[in-house]
Design a protein around this ligand. Structure first.
Ligand code: TRP
Ligand code: SF4
Length: 330
């Protein structure tokens, strides 16, 4: 008997708001790559969701979308196995979002903790929009169109997923028909990696190592990293546990290497500059798939993947919307 897990469908998405960095790789993407071995996966470029924050200056959304898919493929997402598509190319997302909006009580949206938090914290842009309040309704449409069972998301998205589940229950209650599974949110573990300044790695902090950084950029960023503050001279013994560079060694190299670094650090056998240069080389090698080969070919591969993905996603989306409209006498 084949394991039941293989029949389950996964949907997840990312907003194309800029270059992906190693935090995305170790957090979401490595997890997606694993999931595609056991599940039927739909991975979506959430460009409509990106518009929520970028509506005043949307010029980069299209380019970021395609670039993001290049990075997904570089990370090991296989477009033959998984369906990669752009949200706005499947009009059923917008249509189902409007329909779900009719049954979603305003209070559920206003109570959403992510909504309240972002409204407080995002100060640079005007988010007092209808689209921002309705963000999780569109997200519910994304998930329900594909009748996804499993939705891998970051911790900040779990509240949105709970709302999707509530919408499913309400839909079932109102129309007495069970057409959507209640999706299970699985939390992508936070990437263990910190930014070059030891804060959470984030584009907005300017402390991220991007997946498509050049060798030169990787070197510059790595050399700028803060090390053990007690280690001023090469002859001072270091404390690797207090050093961010050492935590990168733990993430990107094996135990033998980690032990060697601990040894040269605590024994004052190698200076921080050399230690960082070696880390830069390791990172450059690890990120090679995101840079190697012909950029034109890489772009073409992403475009082909998106074209195929659009066709596959469209078949499922159309079918689901048809069921919904029939049920609602539309
Ligand atoms: N809101 C998600 C984020 O910002 C992106 C997203 C949009 C998504 N639609 C989704 C994630 C559906 C999972 C399922 O990260
Ligand atoms: Fe950090 Fe390496 Fe310097 Fe030790 S030698 S403090 S691990 S950069």
């Amino acid at each position: 008997m084949s394991p039941i897990v293989t029949h389950k469908r996964v949907l997840s998405g990312m907003r194309p708001t800029g270059p992906l960095h190693v935090g995305h790789l170790l957090g979401a993407l490595d997890n997606w790559v694993k999931l595609q071995q056991t599940h039927e996966c739909f991975f979506m470029v959430a460009d409509l969701h990106a518009l929520m924050g970028e509506y005043e200056n949307p010029v980069n959304i299209r380019e970021n979308s395609i670039k993001m898919v290049e990075d997904w493929i570089g990370a090991g997402i296989d477009p033959e196995r998984s369906t990669l598509f752009i949200q706005s190319e499947i009009p059923e997302h917008s249509e189902l979002a409007v329909i779900l909006g009719m049954i979603t009580p305003l209070g559920w949206l206003e109570r959403n903790p992510t909504y309240k938090e972002q409204l407080r914290e995002i100060t640079g842009r005007d988010l007092t929009t209808y689209g921002f309040l309705g963000y999780p309704v569109l997200q519910a449409a994304d998930i329900l169109l594909y009748k996804a069972h499993v939705v891998p998301v970051g911790e900040d998205q779990l509240a949105h997923l709970e709302l999707t589940r509530e919408i499913v229950r309400r839909f079932k209650f109102l129309y007495k028909k069970d057409i959507f599974p209640e999706p299970l949110g699985i939390m992508t573990k936070e990437a263990r990696i910190l930014g070059t300044d030891r804060r959470k790695m984030s584009k907005s902090y300017g402390n991220a190592i991007d997946l498509s950084d050049s060798a030169e950029n990787i070197r510059k960023k790595t050399v700028s990293m803060i090390t053990d503050p007690a280690r001023l001279k090469v002859t001072d013994p270091g404390h690797p546990e207090a050093c961010n560079v050492f935590s990168y060694y733990r993430i990107f190299t094996d135990e033998t290497k980690v032990n060697a670094v601990r040894d040269w650090c605590t024994g004052a056998k190698k200076g921080c500059i050399d230690c960082k240069k070696e880390m830069a080389e390791t990172l450059t090698k690890r990120l090679e798939p995101f840079r190697s080969g012909d950029p034109v070919a890489r772009r073409a591969e992403a475009e082909v993947a998106l074209k195929k993905g659009r066709e596959r996603a469209s078949v499922v989306a159309r079918q689901t919307l048809k069921e919904v409209k029939e049920l609602l006498h539309l």
